[in-house]
Ligand binder design. Structure first.
Ligand code: NAI
Ligand code: MG
Length: 474
């Protein structure tokens, strides 16, 4: 398979004529030759988005934009099997998860379609001789740089609100996983979005992502990915004084108290730590467990993890491979290092029956010291760590003791403790007695190194609107 860029509603090869290979994580075999976009292609895409913003898209009413996004949602739903198969081929994730991702994209588009004509300004009371009001205006051309863990989900999370707000967009998918974004852009054109409103430039971060952030016609950047890349993007955006929305991952502590519903917790950890092979910014991968229930909990986690099936995503196992050779090495490197100071309870290596493909067995480590690298840095693999505590203060200090601040979890039946911790835990989201709470309606994002800004919900749409104040002396 060969793919092109998608600019001004047309598939075009990269100006350089170059392509690069992407690989099936389950087999390590090449699956596509993808256009290797560079600065010249980024320039063409941004100019197309700029022309669309100042041309046809400007004339579309907010209500009509909403209807176009609804039509796109219908087309995505109608192509669920095809999009899910592309996602599974690229990322390696089980098909049932990929189908769930497509459902999430549909919900996201529907939510933002509904918001398109409901973003209202304000009138400001300044007395009898002045009328003052605000206009909410779209930023213009926005850049969307997304990672490989939820390629379509992350793209829709920012494209949905940007398009609803009336912006136009250039999307730079991750180099590992470009296929679903290209198909999505084709569906957007089919839905009736004017050519140039949504453009896709595939390629590497340095070659295509950086020139996109630096392009003089880009008026805002949304990025999800690693902390170092987020910082680099923010520095580039600072040179041009444009706003950034950054979601940079997490190291999410889950505080488990002795009075918790352990059945629910175990079920939530199986999903929260092993879904998408643990390659989730909001993974439930770092358990802080009250010492009196730790032995029982670790044994229950081990028994459940032992039942997890591992295999190629297309066969719909519980757990697929991780995305790349690089990620495979990284995850196993973390585990190997951690074994020096913690106890390996389960997994910890490639499953013996899967000699090829970037597979990692579901892994549980117990008695992990809070200062260990695996307890402080994002692993992005199917790995759960257990650290024991005796007092609430101690658990809070461990949870707040990393640079990240995306999600924190609390499992307890004590409502006062839960609400106290909701205030003291340093995170953009606190989830109590459940995991992966929220959805497209609820704002999400990080504090500290986990990022800047909030996505989803109406705050997600406001990211793409700027306030203009109009004052009139009567
Ligand atoms: P990355 O942050 O380098 O890549 C994410 C996206 O940014 C990709 O589209 C990439 O092409 C682009 N990019 C890279 N360098 C760029 C630059 N200089 N200018 C503009 N765009 C650039 O993440 P990577 O290297 O794929 O993964 C490393 C680690 O990052 C993972 O192991 C994981 O811990 C974390 N990560 C976190 C994610 C999250 O959901 N917050 C998603 C993906 C990775
Ligand atoms: Mg990188």
């Amino acid at each position: 398979m060969q793919t092109d860029l998608f600019i001004a509603g047309r598939a075009v090869a990269a100006a350089s004529g170059q392509r690069f290979a992407t690989f099936d994580p389950a087999t390590e075999e090449p699956i596509a030759e993808v256009a290797r976009g560079g600065a010249a292609d980024v320039d063409a895409a941004v100019r197309a988005a700029h022309a669309a913003f100042h041309g046809e898209w400007r004339q579309v009413t907010p209500a009509a934009r909403g209807r176009l996004l609804l039509r796109l949602a219908e087309l995505v739903a109608a192509h669920k099997e095809e999009l899910a198969a592309l996602e599974t081929a690229d990322v390696g994730k089980p098909l049932k998860e990929a189908k769930g991702d497509v459902d999430g994209v549909v919900s996201t588009l529907i939510y933002n379609a509904g918001a398109a004509d409901k973003m209202e300004g304000a009138t400001i009371p300044l007395g009898p001789s002045v009328v003052d009001f605000t206009l909410l205006e779209p930023l213009g051309v926005t850049a969307h740089i997304v990672p490989w863990n939820y390629p379509l989900g992350m793209a829709a999370r920012s494209l949905g609100p940007a398009l609803a707000a009336g912006c136009t967009a250039v999307l730079k998918p991750a180099e590992q996983t470009p296929l679903s974004a290209l198909r999505f852009a084709g569906l957007a054109l089919e839905a009736g979005l004017p050519p140039g409103v949504l453009n896709v430039v595939t390629g590497y971060g340095e070659e295509a992502g950086a020139p996109l952030v630096r392009h003089p016609l880009v008026r805002g950047v949304t990025f999800t990915g690693s902390v170092p890349t987020g910082r680099a993007i923010m520095a580039m955006a600072a040179e041009r004084t444009i706003p950034v929305v950054l979601e940079l991952g997490g190291k999410n502590a889950v505080l488990v108290f002795a009075d918790a519903d352990l059945d629910r917790l175990v079920a939530d950890v199986m999903e929260g730590a092993f879904e998408n092979a643990g390659q989730i910014c909001s993974s439930a991968s770092k358990l802080l467990v009250e010492a009196s229930v730790a032995d029982e909990l670790v044994e229950r986690l081990r028994a459940r993890a032992a039942k997890i099936t591992v295999g190629p995503g297309k066969d719909d196992p519980d757990l697929g491979p991780v995305v790349s050779d690089e990620q495979h090495e990284r995850v196993l490197g973390f585990v190997t290092e951690a074994k020096g100071s913690a106890r390996l309870v389960h997994g910890g290596a490639r499953p013996a029956d899967l000699p090829r493909g970037w597979f990692v067995a579901p892994t549980i480590l117990d008695r992990v010291p809070p200062e260990a690298r695996i307890a402080r840095e994002e692993v992005f693999g199917p790995v759960v760590t257990v650290t024991r505590f005796t007092a609430e203060d101690e658990a809070t200090a461990i949870a707040n003791g990393t640079g990240y601040g995306l999600v924190a979890g609390v499992y307890t039946r004590d409502i006062s403790r839960a609400l106290r911790l909701a205030q003291t835990l340093e995170a953009g989201s606190v989830w109590i007695n459940g995991w992966f709470l929220g959805g497209q309606q609820a704002p999400t994002g990080g504090i500290k190194d986990s990022g800047i800004g909030r996505e989803r919900g109406l705050p997600g749409v406001r990211n793409y609107l700027q306030v203009k104040n109009v004052g009139i002396r009567l």
